[in-house]
Design a protein around this ligand. Structure first.
Ligand code: CAA
Length: 259
């Protein structure tokens, strides 16, 4: 993969890779190139055993202010239909390792949709979450109507999508969109700590647990429970399961190997 120009990527530290969206001239607006670089990077990380979890963040002013409106203006209906970004979003959705969004500043439109692709969102107290597309005569197009509803419930999702007005980090916390609020200076550090905690666990168990929780979004309870049970049973075939249980019994720290 060529070096990304719209992302800054850390070396893995304690099993955690940190990706920083970097288009300061446009408040990290998600243009096609940025999304492609992100999807390529996540594809690549997928098979890297040194990475157990990923933190994605932006700047103190903006996690991301949405899709790139200037780029969007160049697309007609056929352009939107054939938009390669759809495939990039699919690849981001398919990422199997835990993804934690550390959000400060504006988290709007496609930016909010990207944050909702994360498994956990931790936000600074000044963060603003919104789906302002309606103000542009359009609507969310990268999962906003679906994921927001599941995160905050119908009434608030409708209010955000139909008025285009953002909500505060405190409101986002109250509605369950995010899991923690920090002071802005420590948001990334806190997200990295949580990610490190996850990265210490058995990788196959982590992957299956994430997959099983996500299954709840698109299945009924009985099918979801069956899915969970099958994943739980499969884990019994892993060496890490023996290691985890033996380490507990022998009162020592487990040494997971990812097999
Ligand atoms: N796309 C392209 N450029 C953007 C951008 C975006 N989404 N958001 C901000 N920028 C650019 C601005 O044009 C400006 O560039 P110039 O200096 O060259 O003019 C620069 O970033 C700084 O922005 P502002 O001067 O506007 O900063 P501000 O602090 O006054 O306002 C803001 C910040 C309220 C976030 C405002 O920039 C804004 O409203 N941005 C657009 C938000 C939006 O509508 N997002 C939804 C996009 S559509 C979408 O996301 C569709 C989808 O779901 C797939």
């Amino acid at each position: 993969m060529s070096t990304p120009t719209n992302l800054k990527v850390s070396e893995p530290t304690k099993g955690v890779l940190t990706i920083t969206l970097h288009r300061p001239e446009a408040l990290n607006a998600l243009n096609t190139k940025l999304l492609e670089e992100l999807a390529d990077l996540l594809d690549e990380i997928q098979s890297n055993p040194e990475v157990g979890a990923v933190v994605i963040t932006g700047s103190s002013k903006a996690f991301a202010a949405g899709a790139d409106v200037r780029e969007m203006a160049t697309l007609d209906a056929v352009g939107v239909l054939r938009d390669p970004r759809v495939d990039h979003w699919k690849r981001i959705t398919a990422f199997k390792k835990p993804l934690i969004a550390a959000v400060n500043g504006f988290c709007l439109g496609g930016g909010c949709e990207l944050a909702m692709h994360a498994d956990i969102i931790i936000a600074g107290e000044e963060a603003k979450f919104g789906q302002p597309e309606i103000k542009l005569g359009i609507m969310p197009g990268a999962g906003g109507t679906q994921r927001l509803l599941r995160a905050v419930g119908k009434s608030m999702a409708m209010q955000m999508v139909l008025t285009g007005e953002p909500i505060s980090a405190q409101q986002a916390m109250g509605f369950g969109l995010i899991s923690e609020i920090t002071i802005p200076e420590t948001t990334v550090e806190r997200a990295q700590k949580v990610a490190q905690q996850i990265a210490r666990h058995a990788p196959i168990a982590v992957e299956m647990a994430k997959d099983s929780v996500l299954k709840a979004f698109d299945t009924d309870l009985a099918s979801g429970l069956l899915y969970e049970r099958k994943a739980f049973t499969l884990l019994a075939a892993t060496e890490d399961r023996n290691e985890g249980i033996n380490a507990f019994i022998e009162k020592r720290k487990p040494a997971f190997k990812g097999c």
